[in-house]
Design a protein around this ligand. Structure first.
Ligand code: ADP
Ligand code: MG
Length: 255
């Protein structure tokens, strides 16, 4: 069984990478989880997961220079596929090969989380959303962020990708978020999975090169991610069928 989620938002800095690793660790309590850094132009899972020194990353795999197995690292109870950060690596990477990477990994895991690029950045940035079964939209509690998030939802649903839920991150005002979340519920197709507070602990985890749930598993922001993961019901797709779907997916042309 497998389900593929893209963790997405309109712009950068909303907390996609933080959320991908946190949801991944929380889901790993129940499922076999694989996390892939599909943000191949602005990769940073490696910095959040203590993998900045590894030899082989998704860049080499997407360039056709390494088998995917060489870029899979067992960390924090999950399989993590980091991506390199060099411009040269990005230039050599063939984005369409991501389909084969996901297809291969889909045959050996229960949940795949794709840490996705800022969707509104370029046409090729929508690839993870096109490929995923469902997306988790990471939002900050501001009107521009909600507006961006709605565009991401529109992209996703255009490609037949459902919305699993929305995640509010970097929340400072408890009262305002209740109002905003209630409103958002009307416009977003998925439920509100959790509200994650703005917290110095999240930044400290990043500085320590550890996912939040490894660095401070009992902290308030970590609690929110545990809650989000338990609100997320994984739909078990048949692995071989999901792999076939990925291999034959049509890539939107990047023009
Ligand atoms: P994205 O992947 O969407 O660009 P990141 O997960 O890299 O976003 O987060 C961007 C920055 O914001 C990072 O430095 C991260 O540590 C910080 N950050 C994310 N979530 C929080 C939070 N809840 N509280 C404080 N800082 C946060
Ligand atoms: Mg990121």
């Amino acid at each position: 069984m497998v389900e593929v989620f893209a963790v997405a938002s309109g712009k950068g800095g909303t907390g996609k990478t933080t959320s991908t690793l946190a949801l991944g660790m929380a889901l790993a309590a129940e499922y076999d989880v694989t996390v892939i850094d599909a943000d191949t132009g602005m990769a940073n899972i490696l910095f959040h997961a203590g993998l900045s020194d590894v030899e082989t990353t998704l860049h080499e795999v997407l360039a056709g220079n390494a088998p995917v197995e060489e870029a899979v690292y067992r960390r924090f109870g999950m399989d993590v596929v980091p991506c390199g950060t060099s411009l040269g690596g990005f230039r050599e990477a063939e984005p369409g090969r991501l389909r084969d990477v996901v297809a291969t990994l889909a045959e050996r895991t229960d949940v795949i989380l794709l840490d996705s690029p800022a969707t509104l950045g370029s046409r090729s940035a929508v690839l993870p959303i096109v490929l995923a079964d469902r997306i988790v939209v990471v939002l900050q509690p501001t009107i521009p962020s909600l507006s961006d998030g709605l565009k991401v939802q529109e992209y996703a649903t255009t490609y037949g990708t459902d919305v699993a839920g929305i995640l509010f991150n970097r929340v400072t005002d408890d009262e305002a978020i209740d109002r905003i979340a209630t409103k958002a519920q009307r416009y977003f197709e998925g439920e509100t999975l959790a509200v994650v507070p703005e917290s110095e602990t999240v930044r400290a985890a990043r500085r320590a090169s550890e996912p939040l749930l490894a660095h401070a598993p009992d902290s308030p922001p970590a609690e929110s991610y545990w809650e989000a993961a338990s609100a997320l019901t994984v739909r078990p797709g048949e692995s071989a069928a999901v792999a076939d779907r990925f291999r034959s997916a049509v890539i939107p042309d990047d023009s």
